[in-house]
Design a protein around this ligand. Structure first.
Ligand code: NAI
Length: 330
């Protein structure tokens, strides 16, 4: 039986994790879940939101499914998500955004893959208090990380029959840092003559995305722009409740939804488990369990087709009832 780490998170994390485990179990696929708690709820007992045991579990199992974890704003512990990505060198954040069957949105032909650099940029954590009224953060961009993520984007495009990779920067203003990212893209792109290349500034991209998203295919971005743009793209396909994601490195992969821990609806049986379920579907495909993945995906689409939705998508089903409908459709 395949052993996979499950970080069930906090906030709505445990509720949606329970739903996803039940659905995968009902599909007939047997997984030995190595459940690891992390996040705000364990700081008091373990002194850290990301204990070594969590990292060790992923290192042993190589694959993890992760529910969201709260990052308190302001001083305190470093984000679990940022630390996890850094410690395991999960350098590529992959967020496919495609319209879902029967989920109504403004545009019906969105099929964008956001490839976000995951290890540096303003998320490198290099910050200092210059004086009491001044703080500074360093935007770190290296050629190594930039070329690596651009190569990932082009390889993804080739392997998934996509036709264009578009690089997103603000290189007109940040000539050195974003300029280096752009230069890395240009270098790497020469090895992929069969893929179309496009360059766009991040502000223009945002405007174009909300007017005509169908023109975009694969986007590759530095960390901060990637974070913001992937939420925008999630909005194009029905919101955070349905947006899947993955963090991939050379040795390990952690699959997780785009959304956070949604403390405003914690424990109310309101959370939509779709984004975590679709992240799990991507994980099953990644480990070669394509048939189970497709069965689960089809059961989800059948559920949508029957007009069954949680409240974020205009329906009246709670997390548990929605989960039960998917299981019935398996
Ligand atoms: P959020 O994504 O948790 O919530 C934004 C809005 O979307 C809220 O109104 C929430 O109720 C709704 N929402 C999110 N997921 C939903 C779902 N599955 N079903 C129905 N509605 C859903 O973003 P927010 O409020 O900015 O962050 C809350 C916490 O989550 C913060 O501590 C943040 O740092 C953390 N976070 C963690 C992430 C992770 O673990 N990968 C990613 C993003 C944020």
């Amino acid at each position: 039986m395949r052993r996979i780490t499950l970080i069930n998170g906090d906030g709505i994390g445990p509720e949606i994790s329970d739903a996803v485990i039940k659905i995968i179990d009902a599909s007939g696929l047997k997984i030995d879940w190595d459940i690891q708690t992390a996040g705000a709820d364990i700081i008091e007992t373990e002194g850290t939101p990301l204990p070594e045991r969590v990292l060790n579990s992923i290192k042993e199992n190589k694959i993890a499914l992760k529910a969201p974890v709260t990052t308190p704003i302001g001083k305190g512990f470093r984000s679990v998500n940022v630390k996890l990505r850094k410690e395991l060198d999960l350098y590529a954040n992959l967020r496919p955004c495609k319209n879902l069957v029967n989920v109504k949105t403004k545009f019906d032909n969105v099929d964008i893959v956001v490839v976000r650099e995951n290890t540096e940029d303003l998320y490198a954590g290099i910050e200092r208090q210059v004086d009491v009224d001044t703080a500074e953060s360093i935007k770190l961009i290296t050629r190594k990380a930039s070329e690596r993520i651009c190569k990932f984007a082009f390889d993804y495009a080739v392997q998934n029959s996509r036709s264009e990779v578009c690089v997103v920067t603000k290189a007109n203003i940040m000539k050195l840092s974003d300029g280096l990212f752009l230069d890395s893209f240009r270098n790497v792109s020469q090895n992929y003559p069969q893929i179309k290349k496009r360059e766009i500034l991040v502000d223009n991209l945002c405007m174009q995305l909300v007017q005509n998203p169908a023109q975009f295919d694969v986007l590759v971005l530095p960390n901060l722009y990637g974070d913001i743009v992937s939420d925008l793209c999630a909005g194009l396909i029905g919101g955070l409740g349905v947006a899947r994601g993955a963090n991939i490195g050379e040795n390990y992969a952690v699959f997780e939804p785009v959304h956070g821990s949604a403390p405003d609806i914690k424990g109310l049986n309101k959370a939509n488990p779709t984004a975590l379920l679709l992240s799990a579907v991507e994980m099953l495909k990644y480990i070669g369990e394509r048939e189970y993945a497709e069965n689960i995906e089809n059961a989800l689409y059948k559920t949508f087709k029957n007009g069954c939705f949680t409240s974020d998508l205009g329906g009246n089903l709670g997390t548990n009832e929605f989960c039960q409908k998917i299981i019935e459709n398996l």
